[in-house]
Design a protein around this ligand. Structure first.
Ligand code: NAD
Ligand code: TDX
Length: 349
C-alpha cells in the first residue's frame, strides 16, 4: 500500500516511517515542513530506500496539500504534523492554531477531494492525537475513549479542535477516519525540549536538571517504537469512525523519571567529579496550568486490535539513555542554534 505520513521528520513520524520501511513492504511519502522539530537526519537509515520519498511542504498550504494527495494516490494518510510542545504553546499559541487546526483542515479537505474521486476501498485518514485533549486527572481514574474533552493548554486545545474536525469530516462527508489519543512518548530522536531528552542531554553536559514545581506531576510513558506499532495496527485494522487510546501503563512522577535517568547514567557514565547526577536536580517555577496526571485505559486497542507494548519502562529507558550516549552527532546537530532558555513562562511573568 501507499502511505502518506505528515510530520515524518519529527520524533514519532520518523519512528513511523522507519517502521513502515523496515518492517513492511509499503511505500511512504513523507510530507514535512522541516520546522525546528523536523530533522531528516532521523531518517538516514532508510532515506535511500526506493519505497521512500520526501516532499518539503507546509500543511497550511491548502493547494499544495490537494496536489500532493491527488498525485500520490495514497491508501492511508497518517497525519502527525503538528506543533507539539506545550511550553511553546504558552509563549506563542498562534503557530499551534495555524498548523494544528488550519493545517489539519487542509489535509482533511485534500483527503476528501481525493477520496471522492477514487474507488479506493482501503483508504483511511488516521489522525494522530494526544491524551492531553482529556485534560487532567486527579489521583485516581483513567482516560477512556468515552472521557469528555477538557483541554487546558493552547497545545491541547488545538489538538482537541483538530480531533473534532476529523470526526466531523467522517460523519458529514463520509471520509473514513480513525483517531488515536496517546500518552507521553519517549525514545531515540526526540527533540531535547521534552522532559526525557532534555534531562539526558543536560546531565551529559553537567547542566542543572530542571524539574517543574515539586516534580509530583504524573505522566504515562510509552516507548515511541510501541507507539509506531500501535499506529500501524490502527491505520490498517482500525474501524472507520472509531477512536483508540494508546498508553504504556507506566505512570511515573516527573521526579521518578529524572531519578531513573540519573541512576542509569551512574551505571554507564559516572560523573568525573565523583558527585552524583541527582545533585544536578533543580526545582524551577512550575508550568502555568500544569496538568497533574495523565493515565490511559488501553483495554479497547488491546481487545479489538491485539496491541500491547513490548518495552517496559526499564528496558525502554535503558535503550534511550544508551542511544543518546552513542549519538552525540545527532544531539549536537539538533542542539546547534537551539536556545535552551526556559519556555512557557510568559503568561505569568
Ligand atoms: P515533533 O514536534 O517531534 O514533530 C512534528 C513534525 O511536524 C516535525 O517534523 C515538523 O517539522 C512537522 N511540522 C510542524 N509543522 C508543520 C507544518 N505546518 N507543515 C508540515 N510539517 C510540519 O512531534 P512528535 O512528538 O513527533 O508528535 C507527532 C504527533 O503526535 C503530533 O501530532 C503530536 O500532537 C502527537 N503526539 C505526540 C506525543 C508525544 O509524546 N510526543 C504523544 C501523543 C501524541
Ligand atoms: O524541563 C522540564 N521539566 C519538567 O519538569 C520539562 C520540559 C518538562 N517538565 C515536566 C512537565 C510535564 O509534567 O515533565 C512533564 C513532561 O513534559 P513534556 O516533555 O513537555 O511533555 P508534556 O507536556 O507532558 O506533553 C507531551 O506528551 C503529550 C508531548 O510534548 C505532547 O506532544 C504530547 O501530546
Amino acid at each position: 500500500m501507499k502511505f502518506i505520513v505528515t510530520g515524518g521528520a519529527g520524533f514519532i513520524g520518523s519512528a513511523m516511517i522507519r517502521f513502515l520501511i523496515d518492517e513492511t513492504d509499503h511505500s511512504v511519502l513523507n510530507v514535512d515542513k522541516l520546522t525546528y522539530a523536523g530533522n531528516l537526519q532521523s531518517l538516514t537509515s532508510i532515506s535511500e530506500n526506493p519505497r521512500y520519498q520526501f516532499v518539503n511542504a507546509d500543511i497550511c498550504d491548502a493547494d499544495k496539500m490537494t496536489e500532493i494527495v491527488a498525485d500520490f494516490q495514497p491508501d492511508k494518510i497518517m497525519h502527525l504534523a503538528a506543533e507539539s510542545h506545550v511550553d511553546r504553546s504558552v509563549d506563542a499559541p498562534g503557530e499551534f492554531i495555524q498548523t494544528n487546526i488550519i493545517g489539519t483542515f487542509n489535509v482533511l479537505n485534500a483527503a476528501r477531494s481525493y477520496f471522492e474521486s477514487t474507488s479506493n476501498k482501503n483508504f483511511m485518514f488516521h489522525h494522530v492525537s494526544t491524551d492531553e485533549v482529556f485534560g487532567s486527572l486527579g489521583d485516581d481514574g483513567f482516560f477512556t475513549e468515552e472521557t469528555s474533552y477538557d483541554p487546558r493548554s493552547p497545545y491541547s486545545a488545538s489538538k482537541a479542535s483538530s480531533d473534532h474536525l476529523v470526526r466531523a469530516w467522517g460523519a458529514t462527508y463520509g471520509l473514513p477516519v480513525v483517531i488515536t489519543n496517546c500518552s507521553n512518548n519517549y525514545g531515540h530522536y526526540q527533540f531535547p525540549e521534552k522532559l526525557i531528552p532534555l534531562i539526558i542531554m543536560n546531565a551529559f553536559n553537567e547542566k542543572p536538571l530542571p524539574v517543574y514545581g515539586d516534580g509530583s506531576n504524573i505522566r504515562d510513558w510509552l516507548h515511541v517504537d510501541d507507539h509506531a506499532r500501535a499506529l500501524y495496527r490502527v491505520a490498517t485494522e482500525g474501524k472507520p469512525g472509531e477512536t483508540y487510546n494508546i498508553g504504556g501503563k507506566n505512570e511515573k512522577t516527573n521526579l521518578e523519571v529524572v531519578a531513573t535517568i540519573c541512576d542509569l547514567l551512574e551505571g554507564v557514565k559516572p560523573r568525573a567529579s565523583h558527585s552524583r547526577y541527582k545533585d544536578l536536580i533543580t526545582h524551577v517555577q512550575d508550568r502555568p496550568g500544569h496538568d497533574f496526571r495523565y493515565a490511559i485505559d488501553t483495554s479497547k486497542i488491546e481487545r479489538e486490535l491485539g496491541w500491547k507494548p513490548q518495552e517496559t519502562f526499564e528496558t525502554g529507558m535503558a535503550r534511550t539513555v544508551q542511544w543518546y550516549l552513542g549519538n552525540q552527532t545527532w544531539c549536537d546537530a539538533v542542539s546547534d542554534g537551539y536556545s535552551q532558555t526556559r519556555l512557557g513562562l510568559k503568561s505569568v511573568n
